[in-house]
Design a protein around this ligand. Structure first.
Ligand SMILES: [Zn+2]
Length: 262
């Protein structure tokens, strides 16, 4: 359990990564290396030559605003179009340099696509851009927790305390039984039943997350600056909270499934 909990929590990092790494498309894409006119992220819009990769975020890579309600059909279409254009075979006769740029661009394209098409990965990625790191990915947080000996925060969803408690009891019982080689079908059945509300909550939390997306996107549309920082942070914090609760349930259900299978 302790393991599952520590993996599930998200923490805040002080500085906003977006402030440090935000590149406007124009800053990030200087002149084409070949013809000298204004280039685009992947290809020169004038001569069509593939361009060296630039450090833009995945939203910018696809030309999308940094919003969470994303047109996944448009994303997929753009992904396949770019995949074809960047395919290494296309650059078989090209200069070594161009071929290697096309490979780098292809790999960024794949990463960007995989991240943006998945609703949870997309949300976590946006949070990262906004300076909020997943705890399991944050070495800094892990080292800090280790050096201070402090326990990472537990995020049992408050409305599921009873269910979680019950499931954990069953889980202990099951593990104890397995240890002595016993098999109790009634217990397994009970665990299966106890899992249901958690699985339902897991799905419901995705919808809760999506309503936070709407708030975020409205804020982006309003492009409210300084004054809205508090509001911005509030929405991001709520998304972190939803993800924490969802991860907690996911890990618990996974633990239960593992215990039942072994
Ligand atoms: Zn060009």
């Amino acid at each position: 359990m302790a393991n599952a909990e520590s993996k599930s929590s998200l923490i805040m990092l002080g500085q906003s990564a977006s402030q440090a790494s935000s590149h406007s498309l124009e800053d990030a894409t200087p002149s084409c290396w070949s013809c000298g006119t204004m280039r685009a992220v992947h290809f020169c819009s004038s001569c069509g030559k593939v361009q060296p990769p630039v450090p833009v975020d995945y939203f910018t890579f696809f030309g999308f605003p940094r919003k969470l309600n994303l047109d996944t059909a448009a994303l997929e279409k753009e992904f396949y179009a770019l995949s074809r254009k960047l395919h290494p075979d296309v650059f078989g006769q090209a200069e070594e340099q161009e071929r290697s740029w096309s490979l780098e661009q292809s790999s960024m394209l794949n990463d960007a696509y995989r991240t943006l098409k998945d609703p949870i990965k997309r949300t976590e990625y946006l949070l990262r851009l906004e300076g909020i790191e997943l705890e399991e990915q944050s070495k800094q947080a892990t080292e800090k927790a280790r050096s201070t000996g402090e326990l990472k925060k537990q995020v049992v969803p408050p409305d599921l305390l009873e269910e979680v408690f019950e499931l954990n009891m069953h889980l202990e019982e099951l593990r104890a039984q397995k240890k002595v080689g016993e098999d109790d079908p009634a217990l397994l059945e009970e665990i299966g039943r106890a899992k249901l509300p958690l699985e339902e909550k897991h799905d419901a939390l995705l919808n809760e997350l999506k309503s936070e997306w709407n708030e975020w996107d409205e804020l982006v549309d309003a492009s409210a600056e300084a004054g809205a920082n508090g509001e911005r942070r509030k929405i991001l914090d709520k998304m972190v909270d939803v993800l924490n609760r969802r991860n907690y349930i996911r890990n618990l259900v996974r633990d239960v499934n593992e215990a039942m299978e072994n």
